[in-house]
Ligand binder design. Structure first.
Ligand code: DDH
Length: 373
């Protein structure tokens, strides 16, 4: 487990009881167990809710038509209607019958099963998987995105941007083995939604509909995800290609409240602020409120670090973005207004996860209840 300087926690403003600050590694563990205890009691109280409520099927329509036909036939009316009511119509199993509520709960239970992993939660790496699966979308060619889950195949799984995401894919593979009927694209995006909600973020409406690709030739080309060593014009090129505007780009980047950089994955090192397992606007407070100095990295690259807590970092691309007038106004807005950040993040994240998904239009939209709520 990585240690975070507790002496610098004064940089973080107080939070509500429901989303406490992670003050240090030991406090983090305490928090994780608290969340576990709350979760256990919630599960005891609530039990599982069933998934899609069955749609009104043909039985209702059949009864109506029959009644209309029989309407004029006096004494037969009552008897015929009763007979139709008791008739059993067989229900065929379709994708709509997948118990997404149950899958959500299984993912939620898995998040803190290994206290020795990073800061005690698999949540951040699952959010990154959902984002990298979706962020390959190209609106011109209508290729990429979470439909297909093409990161299951090489070469996409081996793209440098996806280093470390095998951890997330392998975790979710265990769930897929239990629920093979869910597509990987649906599972990965659902896991991203679950992680954000369970770590204190907003409720993210989610709907199923992604279909798996089964060939490596569906993989997207390398270079569709942002390169953290580049500047704000590169970030705009990447996100405009998906169809996002400046405000949405900044809102989405606020996901860096969660998690950390790993030297063996990206070459960068450290979290963006001291509470990396709580979804909040602390990322925006950090980037706008601290003094950032350059630090050379062992492999020759560099990153920004907080001069008062050099464990905390910012990527070169992020400070370039913050120095851009158009981007800056949104960073400052979200630093002041967490609720606005939550609203804008929710809208942009839903859009991200749905890029290029061939929805039929009748999918149920799920609003899962956080097990920690
Ligand atoms: Fe990110 N991200 N990301 N990111 N990201 C990294 C980690 C995480 C950039 C670069 C990096 C988004 C946008 C950007 C998360 C979510 C999101 C790492 C470190 C780099 C580098 C990887 C490692 O070493 O493990 C850049 C550049 C951008 C950009 O927009 C300019 C977006 C849009 C999201 C999102 O989810 C909507 C999360 C979560 C992590 C932490 C992962 C972990 O394992 O912890």
């Amino acid at each position: 487990m990585n240690s975070i300087s507790s002496s610098l926690l004064k940089n973080i403003s107080s939070r509500t009881a429901s989303r406490p600050i992670v003050a240090s590694t030991s406090a983090l563990s305490a928090n994780v167990s608290r969340v576990g205890a709350v979760r256990a009691s919630l599960m005891h109280q609530r039990g599982y809710t069933s998934s899609a409520t069955p749609k009104k099927g043909s039985s209702g329509r059949l009864a109506f038509l029959t009644l209309a036909t029989l309407g004029g036939i006096g004494g037969y009316y009552y008897t015929s209607a009763q007979a139709i009511k008791t008739k059993t119509i067989p229900v065929t199993t379709t994708k709509k019958d997948i118990d997404y509520e149950r899958i959500y709960k299984e993912i939620a239970e898995m998040l803190d099963e290994n206290p020795d992993y990073d800061d005690g939660s698999y949540g951040p790496v699952l959010v990154r998987l959902a984002w990298h699966a979706s962020g390959t979308y190209d609106k011109e060619t209508k290729t990429g995105g979470s439909n297909g889950a093409t990161m299951r195949f090489e070469p996409e799984s081996a793209h440098a941007a996806n280093n470390g995401l095998a951890i997330a894919r392998d975790l979710l593979e265990k769930i897929h083995q239990k629920y093979p009927e869910i597509s990987y694209g649906d599972l990965w995006t659902l896991a991203g939604v679950c992680a954000i909600q369970e770590l204190g973020g907003p409720t993210i409406p989610w709907r199923p509909g992604r279909q798996d690709a089964f060939e490596a030739k569906s993989c997207t080309p390398d270079g569709r995800l942002p390169d953290a060593t580049k500047k704000e014009d590169h970030i705009r090129d990447i996100f405009y290609r998906m169809g996002f505007n400046d405000q949405e780009i900044v809102a989405l980047t606020g996901a860096h409240a969660l998690g950390r950089c790993h030297p063996e994955r990206s070459g960068f090192d450290g979290p963006w602020q001291e509470a990396p397992t709580i979804f909040s606007n602390e990322y925006f407070k950090a980037i706008s409120g601290r003094k950032w100095i350059k630090k050379t990295l062992p492999h020759g690259g560099w990153q920004w670090v907080d001069e008062n807590n050099t464990d905390v970092m910012m990527l070169p691309a992020e400070i370039s973005m913050y120095n851009d007038k158009e981007f800056k106004k949104y960073f400052d807005l979200y630093a002041k207004d967490e609720q606005k950040f939550f609203e804008d993040f929710t809208a942009a994240f839903v859009k991200l996860l749905e890029l290029g998904v061939p929805f039929k239009g009748d999918e149920k939209v799920y609003r899962f209840k956080a097990t920690t709520a």
